[in-house]
Design a protein around this ligand. Structure first.
Ligand code: G3I
Length: 361
C-alpha cells in the first residue's frame, strides 16, 4: 500500500472517529421533517465506506433543511458545479475559488471528505478557452497550469480528484474534444502526472458514465487504466457515475465489472448515483428506483476497495435531471419535501445489513 494511501486511510479513519453523532431533529424543529434515526454516514462508517452527495451551493446557502441534511447524512461531498473550469477561472488568469473553498470549509466542519470534480472535461469550460484561437502548445500549457494551480490550491483538502471525466464515447472510441483534437490521447496520462505533482497525496480518479456494466465503453476504460497502471502513471481509482433510468432494464453484472478494476489494484467509487423516471412518480416506479440504488450500492459493497458511494444530489427539490431530460425527474433519495423515499430506505437497509471488513491494497 503506498504511503499516500496509508496517510489518506489514517485521515479518513480519524475523521470517521470524529463524526458528530448527529441525531434526528424532531419534525419541524429546524424547519423541516425529521432526519432518519441513524444517518447514512453512520451506517456506512460501519462498512468502512464514505457516503457522499453532490452539493448545490445555492441550496446550501438558502435552504436550512438542505444544509442540515447535507451535514448530517453524508461523510463526503462533491461540488456539483463550483470546481469546474468555468467556475474557477471565468476569465483567463483570474481564479475564483471562493465558492469551492466555502464547500471545502463546510466539509471540514462536518467531518466530511471532499471529492474534487473535475479537472479535465469537455464540458463547462470557460468561453475564453473554447472560443480562443489557441495552438496545441498553448493549450497544453493552459491545461498544465489549470491542473497545477487548482490541485495546489486545494492541496491536502481534497481526498479524491476526478482528474479526467467522460473521455470515451459509447462505442469505446475516445470522445472528440478540445483536448483530444489538440493534444492527442496523451492528454489523459499527462493530466494524471500533473495532478500527482501538484498533490502527491490526493487519490486520482478516471470518472465516466455507462461504465457500470461490461460493454465497449467499460472495456475501453479498463484497457486505458490497465495501460496507465502498467506504465506507472499515477492513477488511483475509477469512478462509476451511476446515472440510471428506470426506462431501461436495471443493470446487472456491476459487481463483476467493478471487481476487474479492483484486481488491477485500483480503488473504485460510485460517484454520481441517481435513478430517474418519467414523472409523476408512483409506488411501482419508486420501488424500481429503490432497486436501482440498491444494486449500485451492492456492487460497491461487494468490491473490496470501493471507497465511496456518492449520490448526485439527494433531494428532488434540486436536481439536474428535469433540465436535461424533459418529462423525467424524481431521481433522488428524498422527495421535494425532504421525505425519505423507498430509495433512501433501500440504502439504509443495505448498509445496515452488511458488515464489510476494512480492506487495503
Ligand atoms: O452558471 C450559469 C448561471 O450563470 C446561470 O444563471 C444559470 C441559468 O440557468 O445557468 C448556470 O449554469 C448552469 C450550471 O449547471 C451551473 O448551475 C447550466 O445552465 C447547467 O447546464 C449546468 O448543469 C450542470 C451540468 O453538469 C452541466 O453539464 C448540472 O448542474 C450538473 O449536475 C451536471 O453534472 C454532471 C457532472 O458534472 C458530470 N457527469 C454528469 C453530470 C450530470 O449531467
Amino acid at each position: 500500500m503506498p504511503l499516500s494511501r496509508l496517510v489518506t486511510a489514517a485521515v479518513a479513519t480519524s475523521c470517521l472517529a470524529l463524526l458528530p453523532l448527529v441525531t434526528a431533529s424532531p419534525a419541524g424543529a429546524s424547519g423541516g421533517p425529521a432526519a432518519p434515526d441513524r444517518p447514512l454516514r453512520q451506517l456506512a462508517a460501519d462498512d468502512h465506506l464514505r457516503v457522499g452527495t453532490a452539493v448545490d451551493m445555492s441550496a446550501l446557502a438558502d435552504d436550512s433543511v438542505y444544509r442540515r441534511l447535507t451535514g448530517s447524512e453524508f461523510s463526503a461531498v462533491t461540488p456539483e458545479n463550483v470546481m469546474k473550469w468555468e467556475s474557477v477561472e471565468p476569465r483567463q488568469g483570474e481564479y475564483d475559488y471562493a465558492a469551492a473553498d466555502h464547500l471545502v470549509d463546510f466539509a471540514r466542519r462536518h467531518g466530511q471528505q471532499v471529492r474534487g470534480h473535475v479537472l479535465v472535461w469537455h464540458s463547462q469550460l470557460p468561453p475564453w478557452l473554447t472560443s480562443g484561437d489557441f495552438g496545441a502548445d498553448q493549450l497544453r500549457a493552459i491545461l498544465h497550469r489549470h491542473i497545477t494551480d487548482t490541485v495546489r490550491h486545494f492541496r491536502g483538502r481534497v481526498w479524491q480528484w476526478d482528474v479526467v471525466n467522460e473521455a470515451f464515447n459509447e462505442d469505446g472510441t475516445l470522445r472528440d474534444s478540445i483536448w483530444l483534437r489538440a493534444l492527442g490521447p496523451g492528454y489523459i496520462e499527462d493530466a494524471f502526472r500533473w495532478a500527482h505533482e501538484a498533490d502527491p497525496h490526493a487519490l486520482l480518479f478516471y470518472n465516466d458514465y455507462n461504465t457500470e456494466w461490461t460493454g465497449p465503453k467499460s472495456d475501453a476504460v479498463y484497457d486505458l487504466v490497465s495501460r496507465l497502471r502498467a506504465e506507472g502513471v499515477p492513477i488511483d481509482g475509477v469512478g462509476f457515475q451511476g446515472h440510471l433510468s428506470i426506462r431501461y432494464d436495471l443493470p446487472t453484472g456491476m459487481a463483476a465489472n467493478f471487481a476487474r478494476f479492483d484486481r488491477l489494484g485500483l480503488d473504485t467509487a460510485v460517484t454520481e448515483a441517481d435513478v430517474r423516471m418519467a414523472v409523476p412518480a408512483d409506488d411501482a416506479k419508486s420501488a424500481t428506483q429503490a432497486e436501482g440504488y440498491r444494486r449500485l450500492l451492492d456492487a460497491c459493497l461487494r468490491t473490496p476497495h470501493c471507497v465511496s458511494f456518492t449520490v448526485w444530489g439527494f433531494t428532488d427539490r434540486y436536481s439536474w435531471v428535469p433540465g436535461t431530460f424533459p418529462g423525467e425527474g424524481a431521481a433522488n433519495l428524498f422527495d421535494e419535501d425532504y421525505r425519505p423515499k423507498p430509495a433512501y430506505r433501500a440504502l439504509e437497509s443495505e448498509l445496515a445489513g452488511r458488515a464489510r471488513p476494512r480492506s487495503a491494497h
